[in-house]
Design a protein around this ligand. Structure first.
Ligand SMILES: [Zn+2]
Length: 149
């Protein structure tokens, strides 16, 4: 994760922003890691973060190609975007506006958040996977937000 952040700092310096937040605001309602699942009410490992959102535009955090999108009973309507070895995942969308294989510039709206799939209320589930391993995206998100100030 440290190396990833160093790599991203280069991206922040470009004239055109290459890393953006997935939503206009950044309020974390559930963090990454072990937790009691809000629906199942038992031990669970949360492989992403939940961000406060109702029906908000959701944007891809970096340029990339849509590796998959569709419906999953847990994630609901989801979009998975490949940025090389890093992949970003967006879940519980009301609907997605992209298709598999589509190339997206950073900040492109990919859909609208909602509460599809296994949720108690509308929010955006955001996850990062690096070479197949889920990372805690929190440092990544706050690094982006701080760079926007
Ligand atoms: Zn979640």
């Amino acid at each position: 994760m440290g190396l990833l952040l160093i790599g991203m700092q280069g991206a922040f310096c470009h004239a055109q922003r290459q890393v953006v937040l997935p939503l206009d605001s950044l309020v974390v309602t559930s963090g990454f890691g072990p937790r009691i699942h809000p629906v199942l009410r038992k031990g669970d490992f949360h492989r992403g973060v939940d961000l406060r959102a109702k029906q908000s535009a959701v944007k891809t955090v970096m340029a990339g190609r849509v590796s998959s999108c569709g419906y999953n009973p847990i994630l609901g309507n989801f979009v998975c975007i490949s940025h090389g070895k890093l992949e970003s995942i967006y879940g519980h969308l009301s609907f997605a506006m992209v298709s598999p294989g589509e190339w997206l510039e950073a900040g492109k709206v990919i859909g609208v958040s909602g509460n599809s799939g296994r949720t108690t209320a509308a929010h955006l589930h955001f996850a990062l996977r690096y070479q197949g391993i889920f990372l805690d995206p929190i440092q990544f998100l706050f690094a982006i937000r701080n760079s926007e100030r």
